[in-house]
Write a protein that binds this ligand. Structure first.
Ligand SMILES: C[S@@+](CC[C@H](N)C(=O)[O-])C[C@H]1O[C@@H](n2cnc3c(N)ncnc32)[C@H](O)[C@@H]1O
Length: 225
């Protein structure tokens, strides 16, 4: 595989996951209550459904509760696998989306040559999950997505537009660390990793709780070049 990433590799990177899974274990169902409006995510899911052949395998990376994406993909008849770092989220996803298979694992475990292998997929989704990685790791995560896809595979993702790297923020009574990019830079990161952006949408979003400030959400529907 071509390594388009000119930065560090996983071996030279110290992964700091402390608190990230624990925060989502504690947040549980409150995540969906805080973010009740999922139009952008659902419509990116509809793009996958329109574009994929029957019987496709779809991987939901950082699947959370499995709602809406894993459920939407199961309802469309795909074979769906979800992974999440948080055991609590995986338990909720198994309850809410019994038609999919869920694994508690780190996305980094799926890297080329990594300890876990779930096979290859026609499509992957990563809605608001790559933002929980430090910027230095995001190109490596995108390389992992490429490794997990069949040639020409599809990739739908979302990020919050913000010029931040691994900054702690209060989130639903917990602290999580998040990263983001301004729109142009996000496009460059995705394209440099070897994806063609087919569709882009964005939404100004005010979460339904006071401790999460309004945000601009960017959804990208991409194809592996
Ligand atoms: C903001 S939530 C989004 C959940 C879901 N994708 C959605 O859109 O509703 C981010 C999810 O990514 C998971 N996550 C964070 N870091 C991860 C990692 N390194 N590997 C796998 N999952 C991770 C978190 O546990 C959390 O469930």
């Amino acid at each position: 595989m071509i390594n388009r990433n000119k930065g560090p590799d996983y071996e030279s990177l110290q992964l700091h996951r402390e608190g990230q899974a624990e925060a989502f274990d504690a947040i549980g169902d409150r995540y969906d209550e805080a973010f009740p409006h999922k139009e952008g995510q659902v419509s990116a899911g509809e793009w996958l459904i329109r574009s994929l052949p029957t019987g496709s395998r779809v991987l939901d990376l950082g699947c959370g509760t499995g709602v809406p994406t894993a459920r939407q993909m199961v309802d469309a008849g795909f074979e769906v696998v979800g992974i999440d770092l948080s055991r609590g989220m995986v338990e909720l996803a198994r309850e809410y989306v019994p038609g999919a298979t869920f694994h508690q694992m780190d996305l980094a475990d799926l890297r080329p040559g990594g300890p876990r292998d779930l096979g290859r997929f026609e499509a992957a989704a990563a809605f608001f999950s790559l933002l929980m990685l430090p910027r230095m790791e995001i190109p490596l995560a995108l390389l992992t997505v490429r490794h997990l896809l069949v040639p020409g595979g599809l990739f739908a993702l979302s990020m919050v537009e913000a010029d931040v790297d691994d900054v702690p923020i209060p989130f639903l009574g917990n602290t999580i660390r998040v990263s983001g990019y301004l729109r142009e830079e996000l496009r460059t990161v995705i394209e440099t990793a070897g994806f063609r952006i087919v569709e882009e949408t964005s939404y100004a979003y005010a979460p339904a709780v006071p401790d999460v400030p309004p945000e601009e959400q960017i959804f990208l529907c991409c194809q592996m070049c």
